[in-house]
Design a protein around this ligand. Structure first.
Ligand SMILES: Nc1ncnc2c1ncn2[C@@H]1O[C@H](COP(=O)(O)OP(=O)(O)OP(=O)(O)O)[C@@H](O)[C@H]1O
Ligand SMILES: Nc1ncnc2c1ncn2[C@@H]1O[C@H](COP(=O)(O)OP(=O)(O)OP(=O)(O)O)[C@@H](O)[C@H]1O
Length: 518
């Protein structure tokens, strides 16, 4: 269904993709993986026709989808077979409301009104959008927008779906639901899916094949074979590598079957004790409403120095609203926030912080605004994602590169309190590791860090404390191990494999194993 032959793409300089070849058969789900900037979005774009028609760049080789050559077909000439869900749903919305957006593509394709209504209903049920139908798109939370973007594509029933990190803004439960819905389309309707993801832990189990990109080159094949050597791998694979399991397990279930001796060897983790720190920002009975709808329902919260606090909870639970309140940038219905003037926020759409024409200009301006040594922001950026081109327009950066730039700009100010909303969207495992080191470093130096995140693997690595929200209220607040280890939805892969022992990360396990060695 998708035939890629000797595809080479360059945007001016070195090729981003070099002689990539792969075939995805009809009714298969193909996962595209690779480090930040390795060309995943570019490969997807070449399949949907966005590359080069909308992005520019030079392309050689060929890509055929359902027999049509994407170099000679504009994206609109492919729209009846290929449905595309991009990384930034907001950027792709063309209407004002959820219902209009769900119907838009069908209208373009001339689907009969009665059929249109039926499909909108079906997709709304499938993705839990029924209650949001009349809402204006710009009032939705990040996760709600992402589900609408997926729904808007599904209603047109394309034979090929191209999805760029479709679950990056979704809570773990919603992400599983969306992936299960995609798997059902693949199995029951023979839809072909090409899906790029960084958070492999959720998707590996659904993949029929994997294309792994690294340094422009592609390695395509069976998941087990590709992950034995791929530069990126989910925690369960990394655990398998550390424990010396052959072949490496791809799922928690496979790993668990082999884990008894490892559990025995590890025993229980030693629980670290942490200085309680000082409350630097305090929320008192904070209440946020939108047109009478309660988003944050009278929350009391101390943000403490020396700690990384994670705010978790379902899509729409009120995480972003709480963060904006802690940053002093949210109109409160009632209650108050003390200490907000010490806080800097990296918002969920990092592009909101970027407005200059080059990376170099952003870095220079951030240094000057922060009164920091020239080069400070650039060094922070390099620590997160190395090698971003100085002269690049921030708009042309890959998602992960752009986020890293926004984080670096806020870090340059060395704020007493750093608030980050979904800081791992689009980041590869290496960049996440760097972010963990940077945030831990800030906490160790006495800063307070708050991250709102759905990424349980990242939270397990970085957080000391987890505050879980539901319907605008706090439902759990405690040490990370207590909140995550035995949670049905929030447990990281390592905890699932090694329960009842509350280990959370591959790093913890490998440290113990390394100490054991003579
Ligand atoms: N339109 C464009 N113009 C110039 N350079 C571009 C353009 N689009 C992408 N690039 C560059 O090409 C490289 C690959 O980008 P791409 O978005 O395909 O990577 P990716 O693997 O999807 O990254 P991420 O995981 O961060 O989303 C990056 O270095 C990026 O800066
Ligand atoms: N400007 C707005 N107008 C109306 N409702 C809004 C607005 N902004 C947010 N909401 C609603 O308030 C609730 C909380 O939104 P918020 O963005 O704080 O949630 P969240 O926990 O960050 O969600 P996500 O995980 O999806 O990012 C959601 O139900 C959302 O639809």
């Amino acid at each position: 269904m998708i035939e890629i032959e000797n595809l080479t793409v360059r945007y001016g300089g070195e090729p981003v993709l070099t002689e990539v070849s792969a075939v995805v058969a009809e009714g298969e789900l193909c996962l595209v993986v690779g480090p930040t900037g390795s060309g995943k979005s570019t490969l997807l774009g070449a399949v949907s026709g966005r590359v080069p028609h909308l992005t520019g760049g030079q392309v050689s080789g060929s890509v055929r989808v359902a027999g049509r050559d994407t170099r000679t077909h504009q994206p609109r000439d492919l729209a009846d077979v290929v449905g595309v869900v991009g990384q930034d749903p907001q950027a792709t919305f063309v209407t004002e409301t959820v219902a209009d957006e769900l119907a838009f593509t069908m209208e373009q394709l001339g689907v009969a009104p009665a059929l249109m209504r039926r499909r909108v209903e079906e997709v709304a049920d499938l993705l839990g959008l029924a209650d949001l139908r009349d809402r204006a798109l710009h009032t939705l939370s990040g996760g709600e927008q992402q589900r609408v973007a997926i729904g808007a594509v599904l209603t047109a029933q394309p034979r090929v779906l191209v999805l760029d990190e479709p679950t990056s803004a979704l809570d773990p439960g919603a992400a599983e639901d969306v992936l299960a819905a995609l798997a059902r389309l693949v199995h029951d309707a023979g839809v072909t899916v090409l899906l790029a993801e960084h958070r492999l832990e959720r998707v590996v189990g659904f993949a029929d094949m994997v294309i792994s990109l690294d340094g422009g080159r592609a390695h395509a094949g069976d998941p087990a074979e590709v992950f034995a050597i791929a530069p990126v791998a989910p925690p369960v694979v990394q655990l398998g590598r550390v424990a010396g399991w052959q072949p490496v397990p791809l799922t928690v279930r496979e790993a668990r079957r082999r884990s008894a001796p490892l559990r025995e060897r590890l025993g229980s983790p030693v629980l670290p004790t942490r200085d309680p720190g000082e409350a630097v920002v305090t929320a008192e009975r904070v209440r946020v409403t939108y047109d009478g709808m309660i988003a944050v329902d009278g929350i009391d919260l101390d943000v403490r120095s020396g700690h990384v606090t994670a705010v978790m909870g379902r899509n729409g639970a009120g995480k972003s609203s709480l963060l904006w309140a802690l940053a002093g940038a949210q109109r409160l219905e009632s209650g108050r926030v003390h200490g907000d003037e010490q806080a800097a926020l990296v918002p969920q759409s990092p592009e909101d912080l970027l407005y200059l024409l080059t990376v170099a200009a952003e870095c220079r301006t951030a240094d000057a605004d922060a009164g920091a040594e020239p080069g400070t922001t650039r060094n922070l950026l390099d620590a997160l994602v190395p090698g971003v081109d100085e002269e690049a327009n921030p708009r042309d950066l890959s998602e992960g590169q752009r986020l890293a730039l926004a984080v670096a700009i806020q870090l340059a100010r060395s704020p007493q309190v750093l608030l980050l909303d979904e800081p791992t969207r689009g980041l590869d495992y290496a960049a996440k590791e760097h972010l963990v080191v940077v945030l831990e470093g800030l906490a160790d130096a006495g800063h307070a860090v708050v991250v709102a995140s759905h990424d349980v693997e990242f939270v397990a690595q970085v957080a000391d404390r987890v505050v879980q929200l539901a319907d605008g209220g706090v439902v759990a607040d405690g040490p990370v191990r207590e909140v995550l280890a035995d949670s049905a939805l929030l447990a990281p892969q390592v905890a699932k494999v090694l329960s009842p022992q509350p280990w959370l990360t591959v790093g913890e396990v490998s440290t113990v194993l390394a100490e054991e060695e003579p």
